[in-house]
Design a protein. Structure first.
Length: 125
């Protein structure tokens, strides 16, 4: 996420927001944010949302996710929101949403999806 320039701006129980400033380094040939960057922040938002519900000795890995690109990813920044739909002992399912946000605050959904994560014990060390 640091390489992309993304950062968490909200952390709450079962919900995390990740913001990515729009800039040429994350854009594709038409000037929109690349689908890979859009998907990466959605995946991270969901993973961190799941982690908010686990103890500190837990970690997560994405088992699968599906993302629907609904509109060109445009704006001054993208905001990905990961929300836990079902937290289980082993598997957790999250809803993923990504919005294009303009400087004036106007928001437009550009992607949505669903993710399944597996809970792991964090390795010592």
């Amino acid at each position: 996420m640091a390489h992309l320039g993304a950062r968490m701006v909200h952390i709450g129980p079962g919900r995390v927001h990740v913001v990515l400033p729009v800039r040429p380094e994350v854009s594709q040939q038409h000037g929109y944010v690349h689908a890979g960057a859009t998907s990466a922040i959605a995946d991270s938002a969901g993973g961190y949302a799941a982690l908010t519900l686990f103890d500190e000795d837990s970690d997560v890995l994405t088992v699968e996710y599906k993302i629907n690109l609904l509109a060109p990813a445009a704006g001054d920044r993208l905001e990905a929101i990961g929300t836990v739909l079902k937290s289980g002992r082993t598997l957790t399912v999250c809803q993923l949403e990504v919005f294009g946000v303009r400087a004036d605050g106007e928001r437009k959904i550009v992607a949505n999806g669903q993710q399944t994560l597996i809970r792991l014990n964090r390795a010592p060390g």
